[in-house]
Design a protein around this ligand. Structure first.
Ligand code: MN
Length: 311
């Protein structure tokens, strides 16, 4: 169980907050009244009176305060393979990707091996739940993680992405191929040592994942587990997630230099605006070379650009 939720009366909440007071951290969540970070568990108290426990120690901490609200737990619980209770302390090769929802910039995938004896080291190097990490923080710790652990990171350029996408490859297929490749690279670096398990942050269910890569020569199958929110289940996935994110940021830096503006992340209205400006100043070909051109942002940018031309 990675997550659980309790609803507690005010009196119990006060005791709980006092109990975790020395582990308190600042939270930016506007609905949170208190947050604490234990070595293996995040505790968040919401203004609604609910308490969320996240991470490998969630079950243990929950048990101190009551019985988890199973109905809520279902919605927040990770989907995927059932993992053994001591999974977080095992030797695991994890993988994760980023950039899939960003109009500008690449997709990056990383795999990272953290052996049981170095799980604590990863935490000492600053790895926490990636949802709580800022880009700047990740840039700072990524070099240490790369130096400490066998890893592989792949950056799929926009040119290559647009080319295979035009051939009919789905994002799922692109991701599956990159995960398989990154995992293969790390397994090769680690040999003859083998991970106890491989954990892929699940973006597709096992059957679909393997269907995407049936044509590949070398398919990593041994001890492969899939789970959503896998970065909370083993620190190797959290490391992979950070390494992938920093590779994405570095490519965004490079493309921003090329474009002469800081390229925004995501796929929202700011992105349309930036894309329209680039379209007017540098043309369609250049815009395409730095974006995932099949996103709806391309059309929106064209519409915006033609309006700007008229005014
Ligand atoms: Mn992921």
């Amino acid at each position: 169980m990675a997550n659980s939720v309790l609803k507690l009366p005010e009196e119990s909440l006060k005791r709980l907050i006092e109990h975790y007071r020395n582990k308190e951290i600042n939270t930016k969540n506007p609905h949170a009244r208190f947050a604490a970070k234990l070595p293996d568990t995040m505790v968040t108290v919401y203004s609604s009176g609910k308490v969320m426990f996240q991470g490998a120690g969630a079950e243990r901490e929950t048990a101190k305060w009551g019985v988890a609200d199973r109905s809520k737990e279902k919605t927040s619980k990770a989907k995927g393979d059932e993992l053994p209770p001591d999974f977080a302390t095992r030797s695991v090769l994890g993988s994760d990707e980023t950039g899939t929802g960003d109009f500008f910039g690449p997709i990056t995938v990383a795999a990272c091996f953290v052996p049981a004896r170095q799980v604590e080291l990863a935490k000492e190097l600053g790895v926490k739940d990636s949802k709580q990490l800022t880009d700047e923080y990740m840039r700072k710790i990524a070099p240490d993680l790369k130096a400490a652990f066998p890893h592989s990171v792949l950056t799929l350029s926009n040119e290559k992405y647009n080319q295979v996408q035009a051939q009919g490859w789905s994002q799922g297929k692109i991701k599956a191929l990159l995960h398989n490749q990154a995992l293969k690279h790390v397994l090769r670096k680690m040999a003859p040592e083998k991970p106890e398990a491989i954990l892929i942050d699940q973006f597709a269910e096992r059957g679909i994942y393997y269907r995407h890569i049936t044509q590949e020569q070398d398919i990593v199958r041994e001890n492969v587990l899939f789970s959503t929110k896998a970065e909370n289940l083993h620190v190797s996935v959290a490391c992979a997630s950070i390494i992938a994110r920093v590779a994405f940021l570095e490519e965004m830096d490079r493309l921003s230099k090329l474009a002469g503006v800081i390229l925004p992340k995501g796929a929202g209205a700011i992105v349309d605006e930036a894309a329209a400006k680039i379209l007017l100043s540098r043309g369609e070909g250049f815009l395409k070379s730095i974006t995932k051109s099949h996103f709806a942002n391309t059309k929106k940018a064209q519409t915006l650009a033609s309006k700007k031309k008229r005014t």
